[in-house]
Structure formats: structure tokens, C-alpha cells
Design a protein around this ligand. Structure first.
Ligand SMILES: *Cc1c(COP(=O)(O)O)cnc(C)c1O
Length: 427
């Protein structure tokens, strides 16, 4: 159908899209739309693939919570042996709540607050990926006041173009992230003088949704050289954290994602000889293709010179198209017949913004009001970025496992949303 290849665990059976053994139509009817649906098996498969690729080196896969931080998904990954990469105190607390030991949580981010650092030091932490000298000093002072030692890797900005969308590129000199690589030796020597800092390694993360291996190779090679220099300076570099960023194919007809085996091989080739424990922080790769967003078509509307497919999902539910011009495949949940001629439509949501557009002049099989569509590859940066803009209830989530499914986040009622506001007595 239109040459789209479906991700693993999603297929048409008897003319209806299924997630593992469960009909997407049944979920849409029973849970209402819009709704996110994830496949347990797809998540486990992706995780297992990376585990296998890195099996010959000491490693920990620290799942980046921000891609999708639902407790059920964290619990699933924790059960598979994952570590976690948190970028806020909230994410740290989510990982702990899902049963992760502090020793398997790394804390990244350019703006950690003192109270966030304190809760991580109290609850246990594998390492802080420190992004600046002022942060290092604050952490040292805090750890001293708690009579603790803070394990630290310094995040290095290698000034490498990840060749991805500018809003998710993080490893260039112009980006706010990390410490410039030419200042690395200086900051490590500062860190070594601080009594409550324990240097454990080096960290790098150059961006997200990478489609080429070359920027990874360049960055990892620079980090390997730096590790040798820092060791020569007398620092104990036990761990190398290579960040996340492994991309997926949103547009299966035009994009060829990096093969995960090649990615793992590049890691082993560039940093394997150091004898360090290797950490990676994949988010999107593990959950992106494992999730879809189901939405019902409200109207097929003829504009002056365009046709609009108005659906009940909107930019508040899936923000990526509005903020990154991101592409998501959109397919009907009922399999279209082979002789159906496609229509060119703009797929839009009900929110009062022109940026609430999921696709422009997209060729889709004839779909009309009442039909259900699925946005593919919506498992990452979908629900975790969702908001209640336009007082649209936060989109619910469903997890499928074989023949069964469970609601893993329910849709709040409008009353619950309104009741969160507090009206002062003087009004
Ligand atoms: C966002 C982020 C990740 C995850 O990126 P993906 O592209 O989802 O793999 C990993 N590490 C850090 C520091 C991040 O900010």
C-alpha cells in the first residue's frame, strides 16, 4: 500500500492494522482517540539488538527517558537490564519510581538545579554528566555539604556537525551543550582539584535523529584521543558515555537509517581499545518505531485549492511536525484496496494555529469522516512532549503485549483539568 513498510510488530491482518496480536481498531473504539499505542515486543527487540551489538564490550545502555517516560515503559526497560539517562529531577524520580537503582542512572543536562543534584546525590547516582565549570563548582560545594563524593563525567562539545535538523543538533560550537573540546584538559584538571568530585569518565552527545554514521565516528574518535590525553594527565577515565542520537526512518521510502549493527561496530572500533565501560543513551531508537498515534478523521474539507483531512489529534498531542517540520507516515487502520486511487490532502488537527498541520499535500488512500488513521513511528517525543494546549485532554497511552493490552496512562477528564487551577478567594 503506497510503498510504505511497516515497523516490526505492526501489520495488517484480515484488512485491519494490528499491533502485535491486537486490532488497532478495537483499541481506538475501546479507548477513544487520539491515543498512543506501543508494542512491548518492538521495544524489547530494539533493546536486545543494541545489547547484542555491544556484547563484546563492557557496557550499559542508558535509555534516554525524555523520548518516552511512561512508568510502564521504564519498568519494561528496567526489567530488561537498561540503565537510564535523566535530564531533570523529575526524570530521575521517574526512573527511581520504576525501580531503577540510582547506580544505573546518569544525570545529563545543561541546567541542573541545586535541588535536582541534591536529590540525585541522596537517592544514588551513577554519574553526573557535567556541562560547565560553574556547574562543577556548584556540585562540588553541594557534595561537600552532604559529606558525599559526586561521580562526574564532563560532557565534551566536539564541534561536529551531526548533519541532522538544526533544532536537535547539539555538538557544534554554537550549541549551548557541553564544554569546548579545547578546554577539556583544563576543566578536568580543575575537577581533579575539587575534593568532592570523583572523575569517572567522559561524555559526549552530538544530536538526535542522526542518519549518517560519519559524525558519530568523528566524535567518538575525538573522544578516544581525549581519553588517552586525560589518562596521560593522570585522570582515571573508566567510562565513556557516547550519548544517544541513533536515528530511525520516519519516511520509509526516502530515508535509510543507520544500521544498528554498524553503529555498534563503529563504537567498538573507535573506543573499544580503551578498556572503558561504554555507555550509550538511545531514546528514539528504542521506542520511536514501537509506537503509533491513532486518530479519527473528523472531516474531509474542501478548501479553495486544497483538501483538508481534519483529524482529532493535534499539535498538542504530537508536536514534532509543528516544531521540527517532522514527517510521520499516516496510514488508514482499515487496509485500503489495491485499486483505490490516492487523494492529495493536508492532514490537520483542530488547534487554532496554522502550525497544527501534520502533512501537506500528502497522497493518502481515500479516507473519510469516521475512519481511523495511524501516525507511524510516534513512540518517541510524542506523548512525552504532549501538552493540554486548547484545553485538550492529555493524550492517553496504551501498551500491547501479545494478545492483550493495557491503558498505561488514562485520558484526564476536562473536570480534572479545570480542577488543577486554583482561584484565589478574592476573585
Ligand atoms: C535527547 C538526549 C538523548 C537521546 O537522544 P535520542 O536521539 O532520542 O537517542 C541522549 N542523551 C542526551 C544528553 C540527550 O539530551
Amino acid at each position: 500500500m503506497l510503498g510504505i513498510s511497516l515497523p516490526s510488530q505492526f501489520e495488517y491482518r484480515n484488512g485491519v492494522l494490528h499491533v502485535e496480536g491486537v486490532s488497532a481498531l478495537k483499541i481506538a473504539r475501546e479507548c477513544g482517540t487520539p491515543v498512543y499505542v506501543y508494542s512491548t515486543t518492538a521495544i524489547a527487540e530494539r533493546f536486545a539488538g543494541l545489547e547484542a551489538g555491544l556484547s563484546e564490550v563492557d557496557h550499559l545502555i542508558c535509555y534516554a527517558l525524555k523520548a518516552n517516560s511512561n512508568q510502564s515503559i521504564l519498568k519494561l526497560l528496567n526489567g530488561l537490564g537498561a540503565g537510564f539517562d535523566a535530564v531533570s529531577g523529575g526524570e530521575y524520580a521517574r526512573a527511581i519510581a520504576a525501580g531503577a537503582p540510582g547506580q544505573k542512572i546518569v544525570f545529563s543536562g545543561v541546567g541542573k538545579t541545586e535541588s535536582e543534584m541534591r536529590s540525585a546525590l541522596e537517592g544514588g547516582i551513577r554519574q553526573f554528566n557535567v556541562e560547565s565549570e560553574p556547574e562543577l563548582l556548584l556540585l562540588n560545594g553541594l557534595a561537600a555539604s552532604m559529606d558525599a563524593k559526586a561521580p562526574v563525567a564532563i560532557r565534551i562539545n566536539p564541534d561536529i556537525d551531526a548533519e541532522t535538523h538544526q533544532k536537535i543538533s547539539t555538538g557544534m560550537a554554537e550549541n549551548k551543550f557541553g564544554v569546548p573540546i579545547r578546554r577539556a584538559r583544563h576543566i578536568y584538571s580543575r575537577a581533579a582539584e575539587l575534593p568532592n568530585i570523583d572523575i569517572v569518565g567522559i561524555d559526549v552527545h552530538i544530536g538526535s535523529q542522526l542518519q549518517n554514521l560519519e559524525p558519530f565516528r568523528k566524535a567518538f574518535s575525538l573522544i578516544a584521543e581525549l581519553a588517552a590525553e586525560l589518562r596521560a594527565d593522570g585522570h582515571a577515565i573508566k567510562r565513556i558515555d557516547l550519548g544517544g542520537g541513533l536515528g530511525i526512518a520516519y519516511n520509509s521510502r526516502e530515508e535509510t537509517p543507520i544500521c544498528p549493527e554498524d553503529y555498534c561496530e563503529a563504537i567498538i572500533e573507535t573506543v573499544g581499545h580503551l578498556g572503558c565501560e561504554i555507555e550509550i543513551e538511545p531514546g528514539r531508537y528504542i521506542v520511536g518505531d514501537a509506537g503509533i498515534l491513532l486518530s479519527n478523521v473528523l472531516y474531509l474539507k474542501d478548501g479553495a485549492d486544497r483538501r483538508f483531512l481534519v483529524v482529532d489529534a493535534a499539535m498538542n498531542d504530537l508536536m514534532r511536525p509543528a516544531i521540527y517540520d517532522a514527517y510521520h507516515e499516516i496510514i488508514p487502520v482499515s487496509e485500503p484496496g489495491p485499486d483505490q486511487s490516492p487523494l492529495s490532502v493536508d492532514v490537520v488537527g483542530p488547534v487554532c494555529e496554522s502550525s497544527d498541520t501534520f502533512a501537506k499535500q500528502r497522497l493518502l488512500p481515500a479516507i473519510g469522516a469516521g475512519d481511523t488513521v495511524a501516525f507511524l513511528s510516534a513512540g518517541s517525543y510524542g506523548s512525552s512532549m504532549a501538552s493540554e494546549y486548547n484545553t485538550r485532554a492529555l493524550v492517553p497511552e496504551v501498551l500491547v503485549n501479545g494478545e492483550k493490552y493495557a491503558v498505561i496512562r488514562k485520558r484526564p477528564t476536562i473536570k480534572e483539568i479545570i480542577d488543577r487551577d486554583i482561584v484565589p478567594a478574592w476573585l
